[in-house]
Design a protein around this ligand. Structure first.
Ligand SMILES: Cc1cc2nc3c(=O)[nH]c(=O)nc-3n(C[C@H](O)[C@H](O)[C@H](O)COP(=O)(O)OP(=O)(O)OC[C@H]3O[C@@H](n4cnc5c(N)ncnc54)[C@H](O)[C@@H]3O)c2cc1C
Length: 390
């Protein structure tokens, strides 16, 4: 492993890998990415990986739009085909949510998002067998879809590696050294690396990393479960990824199967990221099956559960991420607090952090509202539908 680098990235999820890739695009390759397990081992590898651009805050919309562009070019950029499935993304809601959906569709148009409200008839055509009881609003975002989160992360990392960035798996960062409030080194389980820049992309472990330089991140960690279902009747598998705000459930295809998870609002299960149950609970399975049976009865009647798991969200008080430098510690950059919706933003966030490192500012999108200082200033951001529907 290198003992000197211009930048050290801590964390090999989608964020760390995307930052490494975009730095290599800019010809900045004296970089080490440290991942203590393997790439995409945690939240990223367990992500629902639904890709939408429907956000309430403009910087997030811009980040999602740019990410979709990068996903569209993914094969050209990395040589990996079929990683992003641009099926469109559907959101279902109550009658009360309709006005907000209409408002956001109009607001997003100039930012490049193509979305339309759906009538009940249109929804029934797109999702055959859906039970439309209680549905008072629905929209389709035409450019959305879903991606393979592991292939996304590995694709970025492979290109970065081929251009000279060192991606080190199985090595933990153990501390950060500073000299006169400037980053000077990262210590690891395999020796120290002298560096002037550190990116904290350690997901649920970001607060631990930040504490090494005396920074407190207002991040709590929640345990989140997903179920994987299979059916013997392929025609019954819903094609579209859907966020169903009524049944509080999301689903999407997963290599011919269906992945389903729990949506908001819900009670958060706060856990210690170093000590949580990684398998799904029996009562979660029952609850998810009941909700699926209610919304897509034909599918649920024929589906069998073939697996499940639990992973983690790194949640901030306003469900928006923490991005950028911090006053008082030169060379330290936050890229964390993704609050359960960061996967889709990863491709553009990597570009923004690379701009910050190489040019000294994030020139393509103004993300100044996402800094850590917003919590001190009381300038928290708000989402339209609560929870991770940021
Ligand atoms: C069940 C579930 C469903 C989700 N669904 C969606 C969705 O549909 N759409 C969406 O956009 N997002 C979704 N998300 C959220 C999304 O997956 C995350 O926001 C995103 O993957 C976060 O990426 P990351 O790189 O910041 O963090 P992570 O993937 O958590 O990566 C952080 C990495 O840092 C490593 N690390 C930690 N400490 C150290 C250390 N000291 N040294 C070295 N390495 C270290 C960890 O091992 C880990 O691999 C979901 C998340 C979950 C859990």
């Amino acid at each position: 492993m290198r003992t000197t680098a211009d930048t050290v990235i801590i964390g090999g999820g989608v964020m760390g890998a995307s930052i490494a890739y975009h730095l290599s695009e800019m010809g900045f390759t004296n970089v080490v990415l440290l991942e203590r397990k393997h790439l995409a081992a945690e939240g990223t590898g367990h992500s629902g990986a639904l890709v939408r651009q429907h956000y309430s805050q403009d910087p997030l919309v811009q980040m999602a739009v740019r990410s979709v562009q990068i996903f569209e070019e993914f094969e050209e950029r990395t040589g990996r085909a079929g990683v992003f499935r641009q099926t469109g993304w559907i959101k279902i809601g109550s009658a009360e949510m309709r006005a907000e959906m209409e408002r956001l569709i109009e607001r997003h148009k100039p930012l490049g998002v193509k979305a339309d409200l759906l009538s009940i008839d249109e929804l029934e055509m797109l999702i055959p067998g859906i039970n439309t009881d209680g549905i008072g609003s629905a929209l389709i975002e035409h450019n959305g879809g879903y991606a393979d989160p592991i292939a996304t992360t590995e694709g970025f990392a492979d290109v970065a590696r081929s251009r000279g960035i060192e991606i080190v798996e199985g090595v933990s960062a153990t501390g950060i050294e500073t000299t006169a409030s400037r980053i000077s080194a990262v210590t690891t389980s395999d020796g120290a690396i002298s560096t002037e820049i550190v990116v904290n992309a350690a997901g649920p472990w970001s607060p631990e990393v930040a504490r090494w330089v005396g920074i407190e991140l207002p991040i709590k960690v929640t345990r989140e479960q997903d179920l994987i279902l299979e059916t013997d009747d392929a025609a019954l598998r819903p094609e579209y990824p859907v966020s169903d705000g009524l049944d509080r459930i999301y689903w999407r295809r997963d290599r011919g199967r269906l992945l389903a998870g729990d949506g908001h609002p819900k009670e958060n299960e706060y856990v210690d990221p170093n000590d949580f149950k990684p398998t799904h609970d029996a009562n979660f399975e029952l609850e998810m099956m009941a909700r699926l049976k209610h919304r897509i009865p034909g599918f649920a009647d024929h589906a069998k559960v073939i697996g499940g798991y639990a992973s983690l969200y790194d949640v901030t008080p306003d469900w928006h991420p923490i991005l950028g430098r911090v006053d008082g510690i030169d060379g330290y950059i936050n890229c964390n607090g993704w609050s359960g919706h960061g996967f889709k933003l990863g491709p553009s966030v990597g570009e923004l952090i690379a701009e910050e490192i190489v040019d000294g500012n994030t020139s393509s999108i103004d993300v100044s509202s996402l800094g850590l200082d917003r919590f001190e200033k009381g300038a928290l951001l708000s989402g339209s539908y609560a929870g991770n529907q940021a």
